[in-house]
Design a protein around this ligand. Structure first.
Ligand code: SAH
Length: 256
């Protein structure tokens, strides 16, 4: 009797796990070595149970699961594949980088995203952060300013079958008005101030994660929260290092 209950429980668990696999991605047929590397990455660099002292690990199982699913090796240039799961950012060309896995996990958790959320990312880069978010939420909109990177990432996300990420090539400073408001906004390049259009496009009750600070200064990861009554508060979370948020248009929202 006891055994059959256990067996039943196991089947139920497997059933639930399968039911939770998002519908917007094809079945994973990647080679096993990467799966092992990815498990090790999550266990030792991201999961609160395994990270080194002094690092605040991720507790949210939904975030940990998402990071176990996204094939990070598909988001780095060929020559860096063997380092795809290392505890560091990596170059992706055009002087840009794919963020360190830990930062991706940390920022994803701090946004407190839920399945039904609509998220805006500024700085698509490789598309890795967008993919981690897309494993969790229904819709991700992401803006990349460098045309070549934008074209590459569109092709990559299509190949990997991420149907719920929409990429646009533009200056993300102005956000994406036609899809606003957003439940969460994540900026993955360092700005010297918080772009007012992004604050406006944040839904009441929503959160934005943004690194602020100059290229040669200490940058601070900030969390911007908009309360239900529209009040905006900002808190410093931790020192970080990101590539700068660049601009292509001269006018900005202050002149509007
Ligand atoms: N989230 C990325 C990391 C991006 S690095 C990843 O997971 O790989 C930062 C990216 O922001 C770069 O690709 C850079 O070109 C882009 N960027 C910089 N300024 C921008 C702007 N104003 N609007 C949109 N993208 C910008």
């Amino acid at each position: 009797m006891r055994t059959s209950i256990q067996v039943c429980a196991i089947f139920t668990t497997v059933g639930l796990l399968l039911a939770n696999i998002p519908q917007h991605r094809a079945k994973n047929s990647e080679p096993d070595p990467y799966r092992k590397q990815r498990e090790r990455m999550v266990a030792t660099q991201i999961d609160w149970r395994g990270v080194r002292a002094g690092r605040v690990g991720v507790r949210d199982e939904v975030v940990l699961d998402a990071m176990l699913r996204v094939p990070r090796h598909e988001f780095v240039p060929k020559k860096h594949k063997s380092s795809a799961y290392a505890d560091s950012p990596l170059p992706i060309g055009y002087d840009q980088t794919i963020s360190q896995p830990y930062i991706v996990g940390f920022m994803t958790e701090m946004l407190k995203v839920k399945k039904e959320h609509k998220v805006l990312e500024i700085g698509t880069g490789s598309g890795y952060q967008a993919a981690v978010l897309a494993e969790i939420v229904d819709n991700v909109y992401s803006i990349e300013i460098i045309k070549e990177l934008g074209e590459q990432v569109k092709a990559r996300l299509k190949r990997l079958n991420y149907k719920n990420i929409t990429v646009r090539i533009d200056d993300g400073y102005f956000g994406w008005e036609e899809h606003a408001p957003f439940d969460a906004i994540i900026v993955t390049a360092a700005a010297d101030h918080i772009p007012p259009p992004l604050v406006r496009q944040l839904k009441p009750g929503g959160r934005m994660g943004i690194p602020v600070g100059g290229r040669f200064q200490v940058q601070n990861l900030l969390i911007v929260e908009k309360a239900l009554d529209g009040t905006v508060t900002t808190r410093q979370v931790m020192p970080v290092r990101f590539v700068p948020l660049t601009r292509i248009r001269k006018k900005d929202s202050k002149e509007k």
